[in-house]
Design a protein around this ligand. Structure first.
Ligand SMILES: *Cc1c(COP(=O)(O)O)cnc(C)c1O
Length: 430
């Protein structure tokens, strides 16, 4: 590949390349990245930005990590891909084994897929087929909480927040699900059972139609960056058991240490029937996700009329992605990441505190390596994105939310650059 001059690159990009959540042609500023190293993105014009986004929360060890690169090279020289129907390989088997070891005990079976949204689809299909096999085909709907985000494919969209979610345009064609109120009690708050009353009522009234409850434990990500009480998660698990409904936890955003625990369900000391993981699983290297479940669920499939689970992505368990994911987990285990997340949490709390003084700011909240500044009004992306880059950092706000989820390897002075930029951006709108 011969590099194009930057102006030509941007012209072709504007004409032909569709970006996420973007219009065509794209009227918003866009920044070409030449390379990335550690916590830095290097732009084509030579500027370097401290990355506060970890490339949508994936790149926990930083960019261009020598160990991840080496794992990929070693695997490329053996094979980059083979189909997974009727074949298996070292990276998939070893990764499955590690995931089973790392996740809560009853989770024993791993279904690999290509992206988070697909892992959610797989989880929902598993829950539906589970009840179908048990002779209860009417249990095919889902209970979730408002304010959630589970991906952009159809059934995943159906359990995203129906009002503020990005998908209300599609409401007419989405399956209608049950939505409990947004959990109100904050992460450190004192528990009150009234917080889960609407969830309980929906279960009590509709459990004979509901296959599973699905939500993001403790942290609602792209649906609003809210942190809520682990007691909610604990009570939801009890209620699901009481009403004979499966529990699906979506830990695509929270998995692999982001909230201070390896998985956010550990804050509540519970385990789901089905767990979705993705994003940070491969250290931001390439797309990979997985849906894990328990013998209680998986055993039922062989008994059913189909005899199998009818799902199988073409690039299922891609060896390259699995090999890199295995190495990413090994890196995470090679240092005291808990202390590192605590250090980031402490620095985010002090660094973002002054944002509260701005009349533009509604709330500031921090949990683990997640720092959120909620504004009263939505940001203007046409203006703020360039202001962010001018501060020497990379952040990607959405709606009323300016937030950071930095790579875990970030150093204090680099994180300082991010918090200083966030304070400046909220002080006078940049
Ligand atoms: C990002 C995300 C998804 C979707 O994952 P993709 O890989 O983008 O399909 C689903 N659920 C949660 C909680 C997420 O943060």
């Amino acid at each position: 590949m011969i590099p194009l001059p930057t102006d030509q690159l941007l012209t072709i990009d504007r004409q032909h390349v569709w970006h996420p959540y973007a219009a065509m042609p794209n009227p918003l500023p866009i920044f070409p990245v030449k390379s990335a190293q550690g916590v830095y993105l290097e732009l084509e014009d030579g500027r370097t930005l401290v990355d506060g986004m970890s490339s949508w929360w994936t790149c926990i060890h930083g960019y261009n990590h020598p160990r991840l690169n080496q794992a990929a090279r070693d695997q490329i020289d053996r094979m980059s891909h083979v189909m997974f129907g009727g074949l298996t390989h070292q990276p998939a088997v070893q990764l499955a084994q590690r995931l089973v070891e790392l996740t809560p005990d009853p989770l024993q079976q791993v279904f690999f897929c290509d992206s988070g949204s697909v892992s959610v689809e797989v989880a929902m299909k598993m829950a539906i087929q589970y009840w179908y096999n048990l002779g209860q085909p009417q249990k095919h709907r889902f209970l979730t909480v408002r304010g959630g985000y589970h991906g952009d494919t159809f059934d995943a969209m159906s359990v995203c927040d129906p009002v503020n979610g990005m998908h209300h345009l599609f409401n007419q064609v989405l399956r209608q699900q049950y939505f409990a109120d947004v959990p109100q009690i904050p992460f450190w708050g004192v528990w009150d059972d009234r917080d889960i009353a609407s969830f309980e009522k929906l279960l009590a009234d509709n459990h004979d139609q509901i296959a599973a409850a699905i939500f993001e434990p403790v942290v609602q990500g792209a649906g609003g960056m809210r942190f809520y009480s682990p007691d909610y998660v604990r009570r939801a698990k009890e209620l699901c058991e009481q009403y004979g409904v499966l529990l699906i936890l979506d830990e695509i955003a929270t998995g692999f240490g982001r909230t201070g625990k390896l998985f956010a369900c550990e804050h509540a000391d519970i385990s789901p029937d089905i767990l979705c993981i993705g994003k940070a699983i491969s250290g931001g290297f390439m797309s990979l996700a997985a849906t894990l479940t328990t013998p209680k669920i998986s055993q039922v499939f062989a008994q059913g009329e189909a005899g199998v689970f009818m799902h199988g992505p073409t690039f299922m368990a891609n060896p390259l992605a699995c090999a890199v994911a295995l190495e990413s987990i090994a890196i995470l285990e090679s240092y005291d990441w808990q202390t590192q997340i605590q250090t980031i949490e402490t620095q985010l709390k002090t660094g973002l505190a002054t944002c509260r003084e701005s009349p533009l700011v509604k709330d500031v909240r921090v949990l683990g390596a997640i720092g959120v500044v909620e504004l009263h009004e939505p940001v203007d992306m046409a203006i703020i994105q360039s202001q962010i880059v001018d501060q020497g950092v990379w952040l990607r706000p959405f709606g009323k939310l300016l937030y950071t989820m930095p790579p875990y390897i970030i150093q204090p002075e680099e994180l300082h650059r991010i918090t200083t930029a966030m304070v400046a951006l909220t002080r006078d709108g940049g």
